[in-house]
Write a protein that binds this ligand. Structure first.
Ligand SMILES: [Zn+2]
Length: 86
């Protein structure tokens, strides 16, 4: 059997394949509550109000990892009250 690199070169020698060093792959999504807050920070209090559920929460689901974020509408958007971390 051939090492994958040699096999690749044999198959695609005309294409001059480049083989990158192996990189460790970690399962995981880089989403976080602060990123959700950051993405919501472009909205005004009025927009946030439209996103607020009947329960009085702003929720967001990550489409990659399925994480669910449940935020206080008062704490998101650029008009947020008492933002601690900017
Ligand atoms: Zn995620």
């Amino acid at each position: 059997t051939l090492p994958p690199t040699d096999l690749l070169v044999r198959l695609f020698h005309e294409e001059q394949p480049r083989v990158f060093d192996a990189m460790p792959v970690r399962f995981g999504c880089s989403c976080s509550e602060s990123k959700v807050r950051q993405s919501l920070s472009i909205y005004s209090a009025r927009d946030i109000e439209k996103m607020t559920t009947d329960d009085g929460r702003v929720t967001a689901d990550c489409q990659f990892c399925g994480a669910h974020y449940d935020l206080d509408p008062k704490s998101v958007g650029f008009e947020a009250e008492g933002q601690s971390d900017g």
